[in-house]
Design a protein around this ligand. Structure first.
Ligand SMILES: C[S@@+](CC[C@H](N)C(=O)[O-])C[C@H]1O[C@@H](n2cnc3c(N)ncnc32)[C@H](O)[C@@H]1O
Length: 409
C-alpha cells in the first residue's frame, strides 16, 4: 500500500458501480467506496491506493445519509465494525430493499447501454415471500470458513480474513438452526450447511466425499451432490424454471431440433424446457462436472429425447462443429439455453454459437456486465435481444439474475 492507505477522506457518492461499491471522486480520481449509497456524503478510510486510475475506501461514518439508508440487516456486517472486520456477502444490507433493486436495475440497464448499445428498461422482480421477510431467510446453503481458533464465519469483503459470526440472517431459519456457530472446526478450511427442499439439514465439513441429496421443484425431484451446484435462493429453482419456460419463443421452438442446455448442472433448465414442450422434446444438457452430468442423465431420464453430456462448453461446441457434415448445422432451428458461471460464456462460445446459428438463445445470467458483453457478441453474430427480465435472486447483495431471449434475425 502507498502512503494514503488508512487516511480518512470526505466523499460524496455519485452512483453505484458494478460490484456493489459506490463511486466518489477525490481530486478527480475515482474512489470505490463500500457500505455507501449514491447521494450520501461519508467519511471513508482509504484501503487500497496502489492503482493510478482508482482507489478503494470503506465508509467509517455517514455524514449526510441517503433516505434509503437502513440499519444493516446483519450486525456483523455493519459499519459499526472496523473496516476489514465486517462480514462479507451482504454488501447491500444497509440499503432499503426496494432501492437495492433500483440500484441493480440501473447497473443492468447501464451495462446493456454501454456495452451492447441497447436502450432497454427492465424491472428487478422480487421473489415470492421476500418482501414479507425483508429480504432475509432465503439462502438454502451457506459456506462458512474457519478462523485460526476454529470458529465459523464468512470472509470479510475482498479479503481472506474470516469474521466469526453467531448468525447468518440471509440463510433460511432451517439453515441457521443447523449451523453449529458455537462449535470449533480447527483443522478444516470450510463448513457448508445446506437444507435441501423437503429433507434434513446436511453439513459438509472440509473436503468431505460427496453424498447424493434430492431437491424438490414443484412435483419434480432432482438428484445432486451435496457438494455440487444448486440455485441458492429457496425460490430460485421454481422462478428460473418459469422464467426460462416463458422466455422461449414458442413460434421458434422446434421440439425435434438439436436443443441444448449449456452449463446445465444437474438438468434443472433442460427439465424446464422439456416440461414446457412435452415428451417428444429433444434437448441435451452439457456440463463440465462429470458427477453433475450423471445426475442430469438420471434427472432427465423420463424424456426419451433428453440427455446429458459431460464436457466444457467451448470444446463441446467445437467438436459439434467438426462433426458437422454438409451445409446443414446440427443446431438448425434449435433453442439453446445457456446459464454460464459469473464470467459469462465469452468470445469463443458466442462465436461458436454464431457459426452454429440456432434459432434462439435463452441466456440466464448472474452477472450483468458479462451478460451485456455476450449480448453484444451475439448481436455481432446476427442475434437481437427480444426480451429480458431480471430477478432479485440475491437480496442484500449486489448480485442480480437476468433471463434474456436472443433471436436470430
Ligand atoms: C450457474 S450454474 C448453472 C447450472 C444449472 N443451469 C442450474 O440452474 O442448476 C453453471 C454450471 O456450469 C458449469 N460450468 C462451469 N464452467 C463450465 C464450462 N466451461 N463448460 C461446461 N460447464 C461449465 C458449472 O459446473 C455449473 O454446474
Amino acid at each position: 500500500m502507498g502512503e494514503n492507505a488508512g487516511r480518512d477522506v470526505e466523499l460524496t457518492l455519485e452512483r453505484m458501480a458494478h460490484g456493489g461499491v459506490a463511486v466518489g471522486r477525490l481530486d478527480g480520481r475515482v474512489v470505490f467506496v463500500s457500505d455507501a449509497i449514491p447521494g450520501e456524503t461519508v467519511r471513508a478510510r482509504i484501503s487500497d491506493d496502489r492503482k493510478k486510475s482508482f482507489w478503494r475506501a470503506d465508509t467509517v461514518e455517514v455524514l449526510e445519509p441517503s433516505e434509503h439508508r437502513r440499519p444493516h440487516v446483519w450486525s456483523a456486517a455493519g459499519i459499526e465494525n472496523p473496516p476489514g472486520r465486517r462480514a462479507g456477502g451482504a454488501e447491500f444490507g444497509h440499503i432499503a430493499l426496494a432501492h437495492q433493486r433500483e440500484l441493480k436495475r440501473g447497473i443492468l440497464v447501464e451495462a446493456l447501454q454501454r456495452m451492447a448499445g441497447l436502450e432497454v428498461d427492465v424491472e428487478v422482480e422480487a421473489l415470492p415471500g421476500d418482501d414479507d421477510r425483508g429480504g432475509l431467510g432465503w439462502r438454502t446453503r451457506i459456506r462458512l470458513h474457519v478462523d485460526e481458533e476454529g470458529r465459523l464465519g464468512p470472509m470479510a469483503a475482498r479479503s481472506h480474513t474470516v469474521i466469526p459470526v453467531t448468525d447468518a440472517p440471509l440463510a433460511t431459519d432451517a439453515v441457521q438452526a443447523a449451523t453449529p456457530f458455537e462449535e470449533r472446526f480447527s483443522g478444516f478450511d470450510t463448513v457448508d450447511v445446506l437444507v435441501p427442499n423437503g429433507s434434513d439439514a446436511r453439513l459438509v465439513i472440509g473436503e468431505q466425499k460427496p453424498t447424493v441429496i434430492h431437491e424438490r421443484v414443484g412435483d419434480r425431484s432432482f438428484a445432486l451432490d451435496d457438494t455440487g451446484f444448486w440455485q441458492v435462493h429457496r425460490e430460485a429453482p421454481a422462478t428460473l424454471t418459469r422464467a426460462v419456460q416463458d422466455a422461449v419463443d414458442v413460434e421458434l421452438f422446434d421440439p425435434r431440433a438439436g436443443n441444448l442446455d449449456l452449463y446445465g448442472g444437474v438438468g434443472l433448465l433442460a427439465a424446464a424446457v422439456a416440461d414446457r414442450f412435452g415428451p417428444s422434446t429433444r434437448i441435451t444438457s452439457v456440463e463440465a462436472d462429470p458427477r453433475a452430468t450423471d445426475h442430469a442423465s438420471e434427472n432427465l431420464a423420463e424424456w426419451l429425447g433428453a440427455g446429458a453430456e459431460s464436457g466444457r462448453v467451448d470444446r463441446w461446441l467445437r467438436a459439434l462443429q467438426e462433426r458437422t457434415a454438409g451445409d446443414r448445422s446440427p443446431l438448425d432451428g434449435a433453442t439453446v439455453v445457456l446459464d454460464p458461471p459469473r464470467s459469462g460464456a465469452g468470445v469463443d462460445v458466442m462465436a461458436a454459437l454464431g457459426r452454429l446459428a440456432p434459432a434462439q438463445l435463452v441466456y440466464v445470467a448472474c452477472d450483468p456486465v458479462a451478460l451485456a458483453r455476450d449480448v453484444a457478441l451475439a448481436e455481432a453474430h446476427g442475434y437481437r435481444l427480444a426480451r429480458i427480465r431480471a430477478f432479485d435472486l440475491f437480496p442484500h447483495t449486489h448480485h442480480v439474475e437476468a433471463v434474456a431471449t436472443l433471436i436470430r434475425d
